[in-house]
Design a binder for this molecule. Structure first.
Ligand SMILES: Cc1ncc(COP(=O)(O)O)c(C=O)c1O
Length: 372
């Protein structure tokens, strides 16, 4: 049996007539850039979150960069973020001219450890970017309190956490701005690159919209220099079609994650994901932890099971950040877990049979090889 890490074609087949219809409309109307499909998706996404403004952009990386710039982050500033994430979270801080300040992760939930943030705040700190990693919400209430206490902007990186929630309130509705990626493999994914910013701040929304469109809200009226970061009509129409299914897909992800946890329960040498209390984890990623990660990954690959690592090197330890001179001891948890985390296949169309096959293989490996 082959179990891919994600199967986007399987998902397409479940909604083929709707998607084909949406794409045909865009082509017939040649609504390729801007236009009604983009507007309509922005409205639908904002409404789904109960947030006033959705500004669509070209991808989730631009979303963070634009939010940082338009909140006024500039050279000389520091922005606090988490040691374990995709590089977009920190490279955008540098792109804005600021310095990323990395905080270790909490050993249980793998998100930024709020207890370590205060010590890193300086007169130059401007903002905090927590990441709701794997679909697990960061300790957003504690982070919000720190931001309020020190007057810092809060930008939630929601690239991996569409419709995750704390006490029923969605990730992305706690900060000054939230940024989303709709990269194809995300819980809500386009058929190409796509992203957006959510904010209740109308002035910030207008600035972001302007900056993403060459500094103009009206054609040829460039009030500043900006960038070209647009969602195209095709992606917007696809996203709006898929948005109608997101809650059912999220439910399936959560159910499949529970099944994994049930099937792997009590297996020695494996740590299963722990959902933060009072939250809904949207399970973009189901990551287990083991000291035998690399051997297990190889064993599963031999069995036709594709896995992934999120992420093999903690951000501050990447060569890209050599100049900041972080040592593994500065981020002991993230630097240890980078060798242990292994993401198992998880997507709404994954079958129970495939899950049994995956968990049988994990058990087989752990009970024979790892027990030696
Ligand atoms: C945590 C996180 N932030 C930001 C991004 C950037 O999104 P994009 O790939 O759409 O630029 C990603 C995407 O992989 C991500 O996982």
């Amino acid at each position: 049996m082959n179990v891919p890490f994600v199967d986007l074609h399987a998902q397409y087949l479940t909604i083929k007539p709707e998607i084909d219809f949406a794409i045909e409309n865009v082509i017939r109307e040649t609504a390729f850039i801007g236009g009604k499909y983009v507007k309509s998706f922005e409205n639908a996404f904002a409404e789904a979150y109960g947030v006033k403004n959705c500004i669509s952009v070209a991808n989730g990386t631009d979303a963070i960069y634009i939010a940082l710039r338009m909140l006024g982050v500039e050279p000389g500033d520091e922005v606090i973020t988490v040691a374990n994430s995709w590089i977009s979270t920190s490279e955008t801080i540098s792109q804005a001219g600021a310095t990323p300040v990395f905080i270790d992760i909490d050993p249980v939930h793998y998100t930024i450890n709020p207890d370590l943030i205060r010590d890193k705040i300086t007169a130059r700190t401007k903002a905090i970017i927590p990441v709701h990693l794997h679909g697990q919400m960061a300790d957003i209430i504690a982070i919000q309190a720190i931001c309020e206490e020190y007057g810092l902007f809060l930008i939630e990186d929601c690239a991996q956490s569409h419709f995750s929630a704390f006490e029923g309130k969605y990730a992305g509705t706690f900060g000054d701005a939230a940024t989303f990626s709709f990269y194809p493999g995300k819980n809500l994914g386009a058929y190409g690159d796509a992203g957006c910013i959510l904010t209740n701040n109308d002035a910030l929304a207008e600035k972001c919209r302007m900056y993403a469109n060459h500094g103009a809200l009206k054609k040829h009226h460039h009030l500043m220099e900006g960038i070209n970061s647009r969602l195209d009509g095709m992606q917007a129409a696809i996203l709006e079609t898929k948005l109608k299914h997101i809650h059912s897909w999220t439910r399936k992800r959560i159910d499949k994650a529970s099944l994994y946890s049930k099937l792997l329960e009590d297996l020695p040498g494996i740590n299963l994901p722990t959902v933060r209390p009072e939250t809904e984890h949207s399970f973009h990623i189901y990551a287990i932890r083991t000291n035998y990660r690399d051997e297990l990954k190889e064993y599963l690959a031999e069995k036709g099971i594709e896995t992934a690592i999120h992420y093999p090197t903690a951000l501050p330890l990447l060569p890209a950040y050599d100049h900041l001179a972080y040592k593994p001891e500065d981020i002991p948890v993230a630097s240890c877990y980078q060798h242990e985390l292994l993401s198992l296949p998880l997507y709404p169309e994954l079958t129970e049979e495939q899950q049994m096959y995956v968990t049988d293989a994990v058990k087989e490996f752990m009970l024979t090889n790892a027990a030696k």
